[in-house]
Design a protein around this ligand. Structure first.
Ligand code: ADP
Ligand code: MG
Length: 354
């Protein structure tokens, strides 16, 4: 039996940082000869459990980059479940005992998460924490749990047992052992926060990429759309299925490739069924959501993935103002009409289903 952790965050971080630093040095030396007033190049840091890159195309000062990354760290310090003393950690530790006072950040993200839990009848559930911990996918403790362990934690997963008091800003988990995990939606909120800061600083164009959670802020110079690749779920990182053209929109993908565990030749990915306790298996490889707010696109990418194509698409169409692209295991692609018209399929490995 062998276990390979596909995403070794530390080594990937080191690798990408090395590349980024080389790139910045190269770019830096080139820029010195151009002009001292040019905006700074893109900045990348490891925050929110992933590599976050912000590219301010105008007004890119070191001060503004610092403000943005400081805010990302603040959100991480509220919402991480892997650090002691965060608000989420305090809520989870107090489960079954007492309510915990939290910041507006956690209130807003939890309220949105509970909304997606309701809309999906619990397929998306922010109380999935004990199950996420058991699998440990994306951490050094990743493993396939024993059946009896899964049976033990499944009853702890129920979003209806979360008491959120929006006015008083308190959260209470009704039963001991319950635990929140906002990993499926927190990056979307963080991207929206980045956009809010850019707006108040009168930035006109920027790309915010929080580990594949992309917010295309403004439009490209000359009024053109940004061209953003959608990851090939079975290809190398950076290999695209096609290109999406968007302006002032966000695009978030949930897929089987982002974090997974290989054991005995079987791949286990990180979106878990709240019914079975195992990774969701429904023929989908990835779901990309395009919308106006990243918190919604992020929440929905996981929700729609967990619901599966039929129910997921029906949910998107009932909501309006959100579009989706679905990639299936058999190499076929489907999309809502708005997404299809702004997406060009470029990979020979995929085809439209209709
Ligand atoms: P990523 O974090 O890679 O961008 P997602 O937004 O799809 O991908 O979030 C996946 C994360 O959501 C998992 O790592 C886990 O923390 C959490 N999660 C897993 N299954 C569920 C579920 N059914 N409902 C809510 N959150 C989930
Ligand atoms: Mg998500």
């Amino acid at each position: 039996m062998y276990i390979t952790l596909a995403v070794n965050n530390a080594s990937r971080y080191a690798q990408v940082m090395k590349r980024t630093i080389n790139f910045i040095i190269l770019l830096g030396s080139a820029l010195i000869f151009v002009s001292c007033t040019k905006p700074m190049p893109a900045q990348t840091e490891y925050v929110l459990g992933t590599l976050c890159t912000i590219n301010l195309f105008d007004k890119g000062s070191s001060e503004l980059y610092r403000t943005l990354f400081t805010r990302l760290r603040e959100i991480e310090n509220h919402m991480s479940v892997n650090k002691e003393g965060t608000e989420l950690d305090r809520i989870n530790t107090a489960a079954g005992r007492e309510s915990v006072h939290v910041t507006a950040d956690v209130v807003e993200v939890l309220a949105a998460a509970l909304r997606y839990a309701e809309l999906s009848d619990g397929a998306f559930d922010p109380t999935v924490g004990p199950l996420v911990k058991l699998w440990g996918i994306g951490s050094d403790n990743a493993r396939v749990p024993k059946e009896h362990e899964i049976v033990h934690v499944l009853p702890l997963i129920n979003w209806k047992d979360v008491v959120l008091d929006v006015q008083a800003k308190t959260v209470f988990l009704k039963r001991p052992g319950m635990a929140l995990d906002l990993g499926a939606i927190a990056k979307g909120y963080a991207a929206d926060e980045m956009a809010r800061i850019l707006k108040s600083n009168k930035v006109e164009r920027a790309i915010i990429d929080l580990g594949g959670n992309v917010l295309a802020y403004g439009e490209k110079q000359g009024g053109k759309a940004w061209r953003i690749g959608i990851q090939d779920p079975t290809g190398e990182r950076g290999a695209y299925v096609g290109i999406l053209e968007i302006k002032n929109k966000t695009m978030v993908t949930s897929g089987v490739y982002e974090r997974f565990l290989l054991q005995d030749g079987i791949r286990y990915h990180h979106i878990l069924s709240t019914q079975t306790g195992y990774p969701v298996q429904n023929g989908l490889l990835s779901v990309t959501i395009i919308g106006d707010h990243s918190i919604d696109a992020d929440g929905l990418s996981t929700t729609v993935f967990a619901l599966g194509y039929e129910k997921g698409r029906a949910l998107l169409e009932s909501l309006g103002n959100v579009e989706g692209i679905f990639i299936f295991e058999d190499g076929s692609l489907r999309a809502t009409s708005g997404a299809r018209s702004s997406f060009s399929l470029t990979s020979d490995n995929y085809r439209w289903a209709d």
